[in-house]
Design a protein around this ligand. Structure first.
Ligand code: 13P
Ligand code: SF4
Length: 354
């Protein structure tokens, strides 16, 4: 069935020609990734989505990425997600109702408008209406590639930052900017006032939303320790969605694109332990093994992003064949009232990114 799906994809692509472009995130499974015209991390893919002229942007990734493609592309271009069930569990940990409630509670805690004190910063792993919230409140979007520059931009404008939904990316980035850990407090959206007092909010520099990635939370400092004991000359590289201690014990920390570039550019014969999604790690191991480099996955258990994994050859084939027939299936369309302010927050990010 898999071979059949591969053949169907190739046949449909041939018929569509340049009318469709396939974008693929690095976490996509191999049998889908090989069909991507363009690949990248979230930042690179959002730039590519704004630059393509194709009629259809078929996004092999997760829901928020296809939303970004829709927001950043021209109105006549159509963004498509081959399986609508491909969400992001981290993105789902924040929603507009909870963020608006947080803003209201901050107003009470501060005794004034949070717009004067807090820049809201949303990780790109979030729904379009949260990007719109940031656009409307002087805030901005960030990705794992540019989070440092974005937090600097944000703190140059207002005294404090509300960072959602990934506490780990926020904490790691703030720490690298020299912000003391005790000045970065967790805002728990399920507790009244986030579980914080007015004094704590007054002292904090960054409020970190209590959200995380279920894939990256599997990595543990003990995995690094054990591997280092066996490989004293080995090098450890992790994604910043990993827990703070994992990042601290890594030699390098960065986005999926950064991890690929760093390991590919490393000296022949080097040994790597990599803390990010398994599909990327397996592909990287395969690509560099001829140089005598070894690449090992950080966790002892298999951990893939199960929602990224939902984009399979069958769904991709079905989507493309429908396009050939003139049927648009699984279109992702962000309503104009959200797309406008969300684009504003995205454009601020692109302008502030190195
Ligand atoms: P990147 O921005 O590094 O591609 O990460 C996106 C993501 O979802 C990681 O879990
Ligand atoms: Fe979301 Fe984590 Fe999957 Fe990335 S790896 S898409 S953050 S669930």
């Amino acid at each position: 069935a898999d071979e059949q799906a591969q053949a169907r994809i190739l046949a449909a692509r041939e018929k569509l020609g340049k009318r469709a472009v396939i974008l693929g995130h690095h976490y996509q499974r191999e049998d889908v990734y090989r069909h991507a015209d363009l690949t990248g991390d979230s930042l690179k893919l959002s730039r590519l989505a704004s630059q393509t002229d194709a009629e259809y942007i078929v996004f092999c990734g997760v829901h928020f990425m296809a939303e970004v493609a829709d927001i950043m592309s021209k109105p006549e271009q159509i963004a498509i997600l081959p399986d609508l069930a491909a969400g992001c569990s981290m993105a789902d940990m924040a929603n507009l109702a909870k963020v608006e409630r947080c803003w209201r509670e901050l107003r009470g805690l501060l005794g004034g408008d949070p717009d004067n004190t807090f820049t809201p910063v949303t990780y790109i792993n979030s729904a379009a209406d949260l990007k719109a919230f940031c656009g409307e409140h002087g805030g901005i979007v960030c990705t794992s590639s540019n989070c440092g520059s974005i937090l600097e931009w944000s703190l140059a404008r207002r005294e404090k930052v509300l960072f959602f939904p990934d506490q780990h990316l926020g904490r790691w980035t703030g720490y690298n900017m020299g912000i003391p850990l005790e000045d970065m407090l967790v805002w728990d959206p399920d507790l009244e006032n986030g579980g914080l007092t007015a004094e704590q909010v007054a002292k904090a520099k960054i409020l970190l939303w209590k959200g995380h990635c279920s894939v990256h939370q599997m990595f543990q400092p003990s995995h690094i320790l054990r591997w280092r004991n066996q490989n004293p000359d080995g090098i450890v590289i992790s994604h910043p969605e990993s827990a703070f201690e994992v990042c601290r014990q890594s030699d390098f920390v960065g986005s999926t694109e950064y991890i690929l570039k760093t390991v590919k550019a490393a000296a022949p014969g080097t040994k790597w332990l990599v803390g990010t999604e398994l599909n990327l790690v397996n592909r990287l191991a395969e690509e560099v093994k001829h140089e005598g480099k070894t690449v090992q996955f950080m966790a002892p258990t298999v951990c893939m992003c199960s929602t990224m994994q939902r984009i399979d050859p069958q769904h991709l084939a079905w989507t493309l064949e429908n396009l050939v027939e003139g049927n648009v299936v699984n279109r992702i369309s962000v309503p104009a009232h959200e797309a406008g302010p969300a684009k504003l927050a995205m454009d601020r990010m692109l302008a502030a990114s190195p």
